[in-house]
Ligand binder design. Sequence first.
Ligand code: CO
Length: 271
Amino acid sequence: MNSEYQKPGILLAAFGTSVPGADSVYQDIQVRVESAFPGHSIYWAYTSKVVREKLRGRGREALSPLQALGLMGEHGFSRAAVQSLLIIPGLEHHDLIRVCAHVQGLPKGLEKISLGDPLLSLSEDLEKFVPAMLGNIPADRQEDEAVIFMGHGSSHPANIYYAGLQYHFWLHDQKILVGAVEGTPALDDVLLSLKRMNISRALLMPLMVVAGDHALNDMAGRQTHSWLSTLRSRGIEARVYLQGLGAFENITSIWLKHLQRAMDSLKSGQA
Ligand code: CO
């Protein structure tokens, strides 16, 4: 078959997780992508080198975005839609932008590559994300219980998305707090908000694609520095809900919309 008529390949680029079992969320996403884009070949790449090395050590295949795009060219694809399964357009996403730009148009490789935005990119993404996520909070949440979303955080300017997200949550619910393990708002900021509101109960949820290492350890771990332990040591009755964002259909739908846009822009560029 002439590759000109071939459907574009899809590359799903996630940060990756080394926690066995946590990656079942990626399989759920794969199923959603397959049914939304039937007949398209789906490839995976992990942006984290540490995760890739751990997975390979266990005999698993783990490609970088660069390797996956190279392979797709090798397999005869002329076009690829890359979907960033990241949350904010931070460092990892900007690396993806650069890789896609450099690989596109190389001899005997992919002629056209279109990259779909991460989960939270445009304001409309935040406006969709917030009510969807409010609907994903366990139904047994008590009225006086705060919900704390623990994101990753970034040294990239896009860290401001966490504050932006906090704003959008507050438009709906004052007792929703957004924090980041490696960024701002930090746990101290979250604690201050809890104190100001005189909150004595809180539910912790990861603001991450999978409930992996950060969720299991930094958020829910038994160690004294975990968010759960810290909250409890301040007299807050805290519990966790260990579900990654990728497990929620209404959240995956946002990534699927972005992938559709990437797919459309591949078409529009065709003569
Ligand atoms: Co980290």
